[in-house]
Design a protein around this ligand. Sequence first.
Ligand SMILES: Cc1cc2nc3c(=O)[nH]c(=O)nc-3n(C[C@H](O)[C@H](O)[C@H](O)COP(=O)(O)OP(=O)(O)OC[C@H]3O[C@@H](n4cnc5c(N)ncnc54)[C@H](O)[C@@H]3O)c2cc1C
Length: 318
Amino acid sequence: VAPSFTPAVVNGAHKHTNQPMGLEKRSVAIIGAGVSGLAACKHLLERGCRPVVFEAGDAVGGVWPSAMEGTRLQAPRHMYRYSDFPWPDSVTEMFPNQRQVADYLHAYARRFDVLDCVRLGHRVTGMEYVGVAEEEVAAWDEWAGCGEAFGSGDGEWRLTVADAEGHIEVHTVDFVILCTGRFSNCPNIPKFPPGRGPEAFDGKVIHSMDYSKMGSEKAKEMIKDKCVTVVGYGNSALDIANECANINGMEKPCTMVVRTKQWIIPNFYAWGINISNFYLTRFAELLIHKPGEGFLLSILATVLTPLVLQHVSILYNS
Ligand SMILES: Cc1cc2nc3c(=O)[nH]c(=O)nc-3n(C[C@H](O)[C@H](O)[C@H](O)COP(=O)(O)OP(=O)(O)OC[C@H]3O[C@@H](n4cnc5c(N)ncnc54)[C@H](O)[C@@H]3O)c2cc1C
């Protein structure tokens, strides 16, 4: 269902006045329909605004619908949930799997009518702020010169959006919320000297992102009875190594090439307290200075600084 958002044509008649306008009259685009984009959309809908959410993929949920089958949450499920939407009773696992997380996010989007705002298969390929001279923008200390989201109303964002068939649309909106995530569609592949990259190896080389996209069955087929080497020691590396172990067992153990040794600590205690309570809860917000914080919050953040340092040093040493 197309959202009630009017795509403006380039040079279009999307004119503003300097009168203050309610959020319901503002056009807002959200880029990305992962955890963040879905929440942003839900909260805007609650305030009477009807945003459009452009999602390049073919499902809501961001990284989760296409994550590997073996991937599970690393945080316990009570720490990975929307505060206004509990996990369903059917999910009893402490660390739900990829499918359960994807279903949970889809259910959230359905429950709060976010799905109606999402345009799947629409990738934003460019955006520019028009209507305000570049020199004026360059002179701003704060956004729009006043720190206000919608500024004076003179400027607007022009988004270029490509659909799955390659059709290009231009949309003009008052405000854009970027929810594009850190891990989507950007495989981190180092630059190798000529002739010393993947081409120097006779076997197949594949990035974990492409491995995930293959789908579980095809991926299992590819791994079966192969000698696999996993390069890296992050979450995806461990998930793939685990998958190899499950598929090939002891006969063909997988090798991990690890540059920096790290300890994997499932539950992390300091002074008898689970330290994740400090950084995985809203308590963490008190630990850091924020723009516009009041006197009390500023004092608190300063007083609590040793906790941050302690946490960083524990992680570093481990
Ligand atoms: C394998 C894996 C396991 C993880 N496990 C955990 C965990 O256990 N606990 C934890 O806290 N975090 C985990 N994370 C981190 C995870 O990224 C976040 O928890 C969360 O899902 C991020 O949500 P997001 O909405 O910010 O971004 P994403 O989920 O990345 O969503 C961004 C969305 O934006 C879309 N997009 C990007 N660019 C464009 C564009 N130009 N136009 C249109 N759409 C676009 C993408 O298609 C994507 O759907 C994991 C990540 C991965 C990859």
